[in-house]
Design a protein around this ligand. Sequence first.
Ligand SMILES: [Zn+2]
Ligand SMILES: [Zn+2]
Length: 268
Amino acid sequence: MHNSFEQRIAQSSRRVRMKTLRHILEYRATVFNPSYAKCMVILPHPDDEVFGMGGTIAAKFAAGAECVFILASLGEKSHCQCCLSSESMIKAKRREQFSAALAALGVLNPSIIELGLVDSEFPVAGTGYYAQCLERIAELLREVAPEEVYYPAKNDSHPDHKALSILCSEGITQSRLSCRELRYITWGWYLPSVKLCKELARSNVVKVDGQSWAERKQEAIDIYLKSPPAPCGEPYCGHLPKLLIEVFSESQEFFLSQHNVISFKSEV
Ligand SMILES: [Zn+2]
Ligand SMILES: [Zn+2]
């Protein structure tokens, strides 16, 4: 009884923090209409595309945008603490669900590039492996030459999301590509930090009204959360807190944005 009361208090304070974050984002945001501009969507794990920006992807494809998805890892560690599902089986399932979720969003022949990073062990700045990954991302950016690059917010709580954000930001600088950067939030909703609030305060905030795509987005979310689960009973993408699922199901999506031009790169 004591426990459940404590849990209720913790949950309600988390709900207040999430609502506060939403209010700040709404207050700061200007409307952004997804266009046919060519884009690159860079993802730490399969599922972040739907949870972070599912409505925006659906809208861009409906507008005829060419889009390349860069999948940093296959999220194979999502069950390392709960059951004995093999990493190769989890990779196969998550790869399958990724394509199915994109199809639900209207993306039928997606261009997907896998970077092959190890889930939960993304490279740290200063190492040779980091430099190698950075060069690969910069090379892909030069090859694809997108007008918009979507990647995780710099302080998006999850270590893989934060690590990939740094790689993307530095990769854009290294590629010398002129593009619009749009950083999405996933785990930052659930574990907002002071650093995330500072990042938000220093960025342009844009919002996409994904109401017209809400059904497609829900269908894509259900592919991740309602497909037959792993042996432990949890979805293959791992356990997600109920409050986070509520936020992911919202039709309005926010991005921290900046224009990156060759001669100028603002610090966030
Ligand atoms: Zn993720
Ligand atoms: Zn499990």
